[in-house]
Design a protein around this ligand. Structure first.
Ligand code: URA
Length: 216
């Protein structure tokens, strides 16, 4: 898996551990408790990787040996925005790393008449334009909802370079479309899949993430 043509796609290191986690969640015989547990582990890695890219400034502290340690401190504030429903599965992983982080929500669903994605609901932190935003959605398939959600953020004043789109699996065509629309948004992902089937499921993918995490 290569991120060659893309300026801002950060693919998690494809270690045996990571591929092992994906093997479990992609397996159709994995039951829901394990699907949740191992997806949560990947989500945690995605959040940590996103945090790796936030800007820092130098900070020197004194240790218990009364010696200086020249470290760094994060600059700026962050928030999460989940694309309902599957994106909500990633909120806890963000909270585990960023205590009491503010989290907004965007609900996009396919319009029955036009078959195009339609914005139904948005609730975002008031000061979102001043924050780094972790946009949460586990699967990037056609890119339609992610592009609409990112447009909502940009209309609210968030700079594209301050948006980190975290997902577990992307399709190549989803990345192409999303990256063409927002070349400055950072995509943090753990897998790039071959494509989509006739029902717009990722191949090989893992099926419907929201159903497997919340229902099945
Ligand atoms: N959403 C999913 O849950 N799975 C896919 O394969 C594509 C979109």
């Amino acid at each position: 898996m290569s991120t060659e043509p893309y300026k801002n796609v950060h693919l998690l290191n494809q270690s045996n551990q990571l591929v092992g986690l994906y093997t479990i969640i992609r397996d159709k015989n994995t039951a829901r408790p394990d699907f949740i547990f191992y997806s949560d582990r990947i989500i945690r890695l995605l959040v940590e990787e996103g945090l790796n890219h936030l800007p820092v400034e130098p900070l020197t502290v004194r240790t218990h040996t009364d010696k200086p340690f020249d470290g760094v401190s994060f600059i700026g504030k962050i928030c999460g925005v989940s694309i309902v429903r599957a994106g909500e599965s990633m909120e806890e992983g963000l909270r585990d790393c960023c205590r009491s982080v503010r989290i907004g929500k965007i609900l996009i669903q396919r319009d029955e008449e036009t078959a195009k994605p339609k914005l139904f609901f948005e609730k975002l932190p008031e000061d979102i334009a001043q924050r780094y935003v972790f946009l949460l959605d586990p699967m990037l398939a056609t890119g339609g909802s992610a592009i609409m959600a990112t447009d909502v953020l940009i209309k609210r004043g968030v700079k594209p370079e301050r948006i980190y789109f975290l997902n577990l699996i992307c399709s190549k065509e989803g990345i192409d479309k999303y990256h063409a629309a927002f070349p400055d948004v950072k995509i943090v992902t753990g897998a790039i899949d071959q494509g989509l089937d006739e029902n717009r499921y990722l191949i090989p993918g893992l099926g419907d993430f929201g159903d497997r995490y919340y229902c099945l």
